[in-house]
Design a protein around this ligand. Sequence first.
Ligand code: GLV
Ligand code: MN
Ligand code: MN
Length: 412
Amino acid sequence: MDLRIDAARLLSRLEELGRVGATGDGGCARLALTDEDRQGRDLVVTWMRDLGLDVQVDAIGNVVALRDGREPGPPVMCGSHIDTVATGGIYDGNLGVLAGLEVLETLASAGVVPRRPMAVAFFTDEEGSRFAPDMLGSLVYAGGMPVEEAYDLVGIDGARLGDELARIGYLGSLPCPGLVPHAYVELHIEQGPVLEHHDEVIGAVTGVQGISWQEVRFGGQFNHAGTTPLALRHDAGFAAASVAVAARALARELGPPQVATVGKLDLRPGLVNVVSGRSTLTVDLRNTEGDVLADAERRMAEEIDRIASEEGVTVERRQLARFDPVQFDDRIVGLVEETAHGHGHAVRRLPSGAGHDAQMLARLCPSGMVFVPSVGGISHNPAEFTSPGHVEAGANVLLHVLHRLAEEEIVS
Ligand code: GLV
Ligand code: MN
Ligand code: MN
């Protein structure tokens, strides 16, 4: 099959979706289940319906659009997410969904009906920035969390997930866990510098590193910043800052690929002349090696206890997300690599530093991912950019990988 996707159509959809929740600096903010997320969803659902797909919404708001094959059976699925972080670019997640739509449209326009049904999905709340954990919709889809538990999650703004899902009109009727696909392949921007650095066009993603998110709260004593001697302070702000420093030191000591991030820090009362009496921070630890990640968590917990005890503050912790490293299916990794080589691209096998819906789908079926380069390795930033040529290359690899999988025999 010699088909190619229509790059102009794909890029124009990416730009149009990027205008929903636009932040005026080239980026967009569509936090999960906000009005902006609803507008983005409505737009993509309209495109899915225009293409004549059978659009279904499940109990956690995942949207799955199906196209029949020549024979009935489990579909070959692709997709990603269309929610963004508050400082999001227009490619993260959106590319995988819109490229999937583009693949289905390319096949339909050419009159190609593969043996198997095909599906393109977007999963609810992949980012996890409003409602933790990340990859929530695909986690529930894969049976990793009961839907009722997900409904009761409370967001950073105090909203309850189930209420927000109903409010934006995406509380669907399809049960979770969902339909088990024959295979799942997700196109995504790399969000890191590796492909660009090596002048490569396609990443055959081998897996996703393990993720540990926790929230830490320190309780100290508000006091006068001018009169309280250091030795008599119970400074929750100092404790929080010490955790940020300790997290960086720990990651340095463990060495790459260990990373550690304190991305959210809130001090109360947050005034120039008051010793802070309460602080809340998040710690994000990631590693491709499960045992090293577990060691990092243990050592971070010890550091937090030591800091709290030295400063005389109370400490509470809450796990926000915890996912082991995931290996993708060898055959799909090989298929991505072979297809990209066949298209004449320089290819690299690499693990993903970011979390992805594919890591949840991997619990259900053979799964894999295609990466395309991110200019400057920048993501979760309005400056996130992938060149039109790389978008096109990635979507064409996706097309041919999906088509190959969709021609596979159905054994009943
Ligand atoms: C979510 O996608 C993350 O990697 O933080
Ligand atoms: Mn993403
Ligand atoms: Mn993201």
